[in-house]
Design a protein around this ligand. Structure first.
Ligand code: BEZ
Length: 253
């Protein structure tokens, strides 16, 4: 997740990301005084909600602009600039939390190995990310248009099945208590420009090889192909499927 991120556009138009993550906090049940690491914290809103519960919350993100924005938004909180595939903490945490971040990390094995080391024995991991089948319609529509125009049609996200992610967690010493893959169609913020703003914010990898001047007709074609499936009552929707997991570090059970 190096700096492809525009943190202002993210805050302006994509607040549904952390709004939808709020009920994940309830699954974590943060306790007063607990040390909790928020992995992939973005501009810090959920780290701040963790801190409101009385926990000592620390945010972590690999994007310089997201960490800068988080520090500006919440100057009293601590935010670390670090890559989940390669980070180390001096003192392990009581709990790890992650919302809508780990689907950016294809090397889940390296990420989970680091997370396991950052957690106390018996500590909790509560995460939500894109799961198997996530944004299948957005991907299929975008890829068809790019392929037909002669461009590479590949994304760089990682949307694992329950079995795949749970197996990796077990390999690294976690005990998986709960795992769920469920649909959460999500209304995009701008009624007319919602899909193109989503592609602009998150779909950069698709358009890497497309010269700027050639993008507009492709985006228009993607909108027209996806409108029948993803446009409803005057709004665009993203066909999200979430993977939710609750696990503990096994050495403490
Ligand atoms: C997601 O939250 O599922 C997601 C967000 C941006 C790009 C891909 C997936």
């Amino acid at each position: 997740m190096a700096d492809q991120w525009d943190s202002s556009l993210y805050e302006d138009r994509h607040s549904f990301v952390w709004k939808a993550g709020a009920d994940l906090l309830a699954l974590l049940e943060p306790q007063k005084g607990e040390r909790i690491l928020d992995i992939g914290c973005g501009p810090g809103q959920l780290t701040a909600q963790l801190a409101e519960s009385g926990a000592e919350a620390v945010g972590m993100d690999s994007s310089v602009s997201m960490v800068a924005q988080a520090r500006q938004n919440f100057p009293r909180l601590r935010f670390l600039l670090a890559d989940v595939r390669n980070f180390h903490v001096d003192q392990p945490f009581d709990a790890l939390f992650s919302n809508a971040a780990l689907h950016w990390v294809r090397d889940a094995d390296a990420a989970i190995a680091c997370m396991a080391k950052a957690l106390k024995p018996g500590g909790r991991l509560v995460l939500e990310m894109g799961g198997q089948g996530n944004i299948a319609r957005i991907c299929a529509g975008t890829e068809a248009v790019l392929r037909e125009a002669g461009y590479k049609a590949e994304h760089t996200w990682y949307f694992p099945s329950i079995g795949e992610y749970a197996s990796l967690l077990e390999k690294h010493g976690f005990l998986v208590h709960f795992a769920q893959n469920f649909a959460r169609w999500t209304k995009l913020e701008h009624p007319e420009r919602g899909l193109r703003e989503w592609l602009e914010m998150f779909g950069g990898a698709y358009f890497e090889d497309v010269p700027n001047a050639k993008r507009e007709p492709l985006v228009r074609e993607i909108e027209s192909r996806l409108r029948p499936a993803l446009w409803c009552d005057g709004n665009w929707f993203a066909d999200y499927r979430r993977l939710r997991v609750i696990a503990t570090s096994r050495s403490g059970t």
